[in-house]
Design a protein around this ligand. Structure first.
Ligand SMILES: NC(=O)c1ccc[n+]([C@@H]2O[C@H](COP(=O)([O-])OP(=O)(O)OC[C@H]3O[C@@H](n4cnc5c(N)ncnc54)[C@H](O)[C@@H]3O)[C@@H](O)[C@H]2O)c1
Ligand SMILES: [Fe+2]
Length: 400
């Protein structure tokens, strides 16, 4: 790590815990998305742009929400061109839609892609600029203008984007995923409505749930963790370890879906303050280069990064094992850390998550390492520094 990266990590570690990031007001429970709609109308919003993705719109998931908004007297327009890992073009087309409709508020309904796209649209609209000009952490950027009133309803229990200060947008031409980081993007109100999640197929439930687990674990082992993020990360980890297998095998269980939705938001609150780590830094490259879904990339990489980091954070991993009921009575920290990593491997295997990336190529290693380490170093509070050689060794294990 060079001097500037080291300094930036130190500044992040000192400054971030002192900042009081906004937290959205949350409605929780089956049908809570409809309560949110009535509340939005009560704030004086008149013209609302609903942002979602094409499949969700076509399957009618947002129909009751649109009906509730209209019943409450709002004029509603829908932008449903969001795709997984939305690119700059989708964001800019959304900005045009927002302007043409003269929206005075935005409601995102969908997974992280829909919520992030809405955040990026709002930031580009407010600042009259292109998403490529807004990437990076606001601490190091020129001040940005406030966005229109923003509300969100997540339909996956994974990214936690409904509570985070981040949005991920892709430069499809350069095959790079960028993060925009600014507290102005946190919605003012959200609904965690499990009735919208019971139709999530197992092959989406599994990786999105593992994304949430990765957020909790990376936040917990981060050097930027605080007492508050620790509490959130422990609760989220215990809940995901307990509930994700059932959400996967019996997706219609509303109570389990609600527990996952709440855990995912808690993990979001934790990592947006404590940061993530190498799992995300490498997963973003798998998404940018090979279009591997974000949660799937995290799930595959997580055990390897924990194995690498364990020597510097065994007691932290042991805490997570204890709160999750993993390991045996009398186990020491190293044994518990090993049991926790083994449990993650078992969860992956039980949910048909592979151990390698079928498209990963050795000739891409240099590019992946350059980008992952430049994302991680100076930004994330990783417990153990990973060199280029360590990174290559890990990538070797990820080759199919
Ligand atoms: N902003 C953040 O803090 C943050 C954090 C982590 C990840 N991300 C980003 O979020 C994106 C991934 O979001 P995601 O994992 O939620 O997936 P997604 O939004 O890309 O959705 C994945 C698929 O699931 C479908 N889907 C969503 N909800 C459904 C439901 N209830 N029923 C049936 N199908 C449903 C969608 O139509 C889509 O095809 C990535 O771009 C990732 O980088 C952002
Ligand atoms: Fe993530």
């Amino acid at each position: 790590m060079n001097l500037i990266s080291t300094l930036r990590t130190r500044i992040n570690g000192r400054v971030l815990p002192m900042l009081n990031f906004p937290k959205p007001f949350s409605f929780v429970g089956a049908g809570s998305s409809l309560s949110l709609c009535r509340e939005i109308a009560g704030t004086g919003v008149k013209r609302l742009l609903l942002i979602t993705d094409g499949p969700l719109f076509k399957m009618g998931l947002v129909d009751p929400i649109i009906a509730a908004l209209k019943d409450s007297g709002l004029t509603v327009e829908v932008y449903s061109d969001v795709v997984p890992d939305p690119g700059f073009e989708i964001v800019m087309a959304g900005v045009e839609k927002l302007k043409a409709f003269k929206a005075d508020a935005v409601l995102a309904v969908g997974g992280g892609s829909s919520i992030d796209c809405a955040k990026a649209i709002l930031m580009c609209h407010a600042n009259n600029t292109h998403p490529s000009k807004l990437t990076g952490i606001w601490l190091y950027a020129a001040p940005r203008k406030r966005i229109l009133p923003f509300f969100a309803v997540p339909t996956t229990a994974g990214t936690g984007s409904e509570v985070t200060i981040a949005a991920v947008v892709s430069d499809k031409a350069a095959q790079i995923k960028y993060a925009m980081v600014d507290p102005k993007m946190v919605p003012s109100m959200i609904a965690l409505d499990p009735s919208l999640m019971t139709g999530l197929p197992p092959f989406i439930t599994a990786p999105t749930g593992m994304d949430a687990l990765t957020h909790a674990v990376e936040a917990y082992i981060s050097t930027m963790a605080t007492a508050e993020t620790d509490e959130l990360a422990r609760m989220a980890t215990a809940s995901i370890v307990r509930n994700l297998p059932t959400a996967y095998s019996n997706g219609s269980d509303v109570q389990v879906r609600e527990s996952m939705a709440v855990a995912s938001s808690m993990a979001g609150l934790a990592f947006t303050r404590a940061g993530v780590g190498y799992v995300h830094a490498f997963a973003h490259q798998m998404g940018g280069l090979y279009h591997v879904p974000h949660g799937l990339a995290n799930a595959i990489i997580l055990p390897l990064v924990l194995e690498f980091s364990k020597v510097k954070c065994a007691s932290r991993l042991a805490d997570l094992a204890r709160v999750s009921g993993i390991g045996q009575e009398g186990d020491n920290d190293t044994q518990l850390a090993d049991a926790f990593i083994a449990h993650i491997r078992q969860m992956n295997a039980a949910m048909d998550i592979p151990q390698t990336f079928k498209d990963l190529k050795r000739e891409d290693f240099e590019k992946i390492i350059d980008r992952a380490l430049s994302e991680a170093h100076g930004t994330y509070g990783v417990p153990r520094y990973m060199s280029r050689a360590d990174s290559a060794e890990m990538l070797n294990k990820l080759l199919a």
